[in-house]
Design a protein around this ligand. Sequence first.
Ligand code: NAD
Length: 265
Amino acid sequence: MDITNKIAIVTGAGRGIGRGISLVFAQNGADIVVADINVEDAQSVAAEVEKLGRKALALHVDVTDQESVETMVHEAISRFGRIDILVNNAGVIGAEGWEDRDVSSEEDWDVIYEVNVKGMNRVTRAVIPYMKERRYGKIINISSQAGRQGAPDNPYAISKAGVISLTQGSATELAPYDINVNAICPGILRTPMWERIAVRQEQFLESSQGLTPAEVFDKNIRERIPLGREQTPEDIGYTAAFLASDYAKNITGQAINVSGGSRMN
Ligand code: NAD
């Protein structure tokens, strides 16, 4: 997993999986552009990266906003001169109040598509020219086990299937430039995103009513994860670091499940 002195942009890096990926990357020698819509969270993760002895640049980015994305990439280039690795991790499960609705709203569909699919494509498009000119780059897109299996009224699952399709398309387009593009499909991790899922399940899933968020989470692990344990942000970081290293130079266009066996396709 040698990514020593590589420059990585991680979006949605202020907490959860993005934070975990940033710290694993730093432990493996990379310098990190910690980009998030919440700049205070980004600054706090950047401080953790620096404590590990690597350089960090905390930046605000809203992946739904073209100008914001261009500014973020420009500032990353001004500071580090190049981008070796892009981790498209920023994602949402629904619009505000999603956990209190049992049917997804128009707004949920729109926000999910804007961030998870269009946002990912927007950041990728802004970074590609800098990778193409050096004929070097590793792009890692965070999909989900949900992207492997559709579910009723689930725009999130549809968006994450879209991420796999986007990954395959970009991998084909960028292979002539020696740029690898892969996706990771995490399973169940107890991040702030999952807290919202637990609140929603408690309200609208009969078998989860009356349970605390921790109990809802444990029930999902028991019933849905063959290995019987949750995944951690570090687990996703280790796979991302491998995909970003030259050990994975002949892997492109793949979607790798890190989900304790919940998906085997
Ligand atoms: P999270 O909600 O804890 O963190 C998401 C981060 O993205 C936050 O820091 C947030 O501020 C940032 N963000 C949101 N909208 C943004 C925007 N428009 N621009 C820039 N940053 C934005 O979620 P998480 O659980 O850490 O999830 C990270 C990724 O992993 C997401 O793509 C999610 O879909 C995926 N995922 C999570 C799980 C899980 O169980 N937690 C499982 C599978 C996939």
